[in-house]
Design a protein around this ligand. Structure first.
Ligand SMILES: [Zn+2]
Length: 291
């Protein structure tokens, strides 16, 4: 599987390079000015390669490629239900504020916890469970799954399960790889641990610099569709496990809950959402999928 993925990725990159160089030549050929011809021939392929590869990366993270039978991204339902999820916590500063809002509106959520954060703030992890929310595993150190050695990856997952179990008394039945990057080993480990891999359909993109509460809210409310799993962050930072401000997320949350209710949506737990709809798992061509 890994070899097949590497070969397909290499072929894709080669194709992108070929198309970009070809496009650069064709466009340069139409330009009369020699100076601009040289610039276009040299730089247009580079710009195209970077844009296409970054675009593909984002597409892969948010939607994946092809049918992935053991991964939940949404419920396939016309019923106006959504589930909201928070990654990277618990955070000392923001998770309690988020829990206060969820309590005020009586809304369930799922928290994908980072093991080292649970170790730091076990009482906040406990509060999440005590207030009726679900918890999932998000690895111990928020590792990049595909480049983590197998034994380390197993340790990352097991340690986090233990940490969550010890802090909350609850075994996490869900797991989400950081940034949505998984591989065949991750899938096997999740199966072995009795955990469902849950990604997301709609990212609030609250981690992006410059996102205001209004921008986060209008993004979610304009893109939301029935059966979606919505992604937020209650902790984390671009390179570290915590440190970034999640105040915009906290402030956007009441606007989003209000907006969803106004649009006739019901916010349900992940368990409820995955039960009520038909996850990718049960699609008819399930039998044909091999790994
Ligand atoms: Zn994360």
């Amino acid at each position: 599987m890994l070899l097949k993925t590497m070969i397909l990725t290499s072929l894709f990159v080669l194709l992108v390079i070929f198309i970009s160089i070809f496009t650069g030549r064709v466009v340069a050929f139409r330009v009369k000015n020699q100076f601009w011809q040289r610039i276009i021939r040299g730089w247009l392929p580079v710009i195209l390669i970077v844009c296409i590869l970054i675009g593909s990366f984002y597409y892969y993270v948010y939607y994946g490629f092809g049918h992935q039978a053991d991964i939940y991204r949404r419920a396939d339902t016309a019923e106006k239900i959504v589930a909201i999820t928070f990654d990277d916590g618990p955070s000392r500063d923001y998770t309690p504020l988020i829990l206060d809002i969820l309590k005020e509106y009586n809304v369930p959520a799922a928290f994908f916890l980072v093991g080292s954060q649970v170790e730091k703030y076990p009482e906040i992890a406990l509060r999440i469970v005590e207030e009726g929310h679900e918890v999932g595993n998000h690895t111990f150190d928020h590792v990049h799954v595909p480049t983590t050695p197998a034994t380390e990856l197993a340790a990352q997952i097991m340690r986090t399960n233990m940490e969550i179990l010890m802090a909350t008394g609850e075994y996490p039945h869900y797991i989400r790889p950081p940034r949505g990057f998984y591989d065949a080993r991750f899938r096997r480990l999740a199966e072995l641990m009795g955990q469902e891999i849950v990604l997301w359909t709609l990212s609030s993109q609250d981690w992006r610099p410059g996102m205001t509460p209004d921008r986060i809210a209008s993004r979610v409310l304009s893109l939301v569709k029935p059966g979606q799993i919505i992604l937020f962050h209650d902790s984390g930072a671009l390179l570290k496990n915590e440190g970034a401000s999640r105040l915009a997320t906290v402030q956007a949350l009441p606007i989003i809950i209000h907006g969803l209710l106004e649009k006739g949506f019901e916010i349900v737990s992940l368990e409820e959402l995955l039960k009520q709809g038909v996850p990718e798992k049960d699609l008819i061509w399930d039998d044909e999928v091999t790994y």
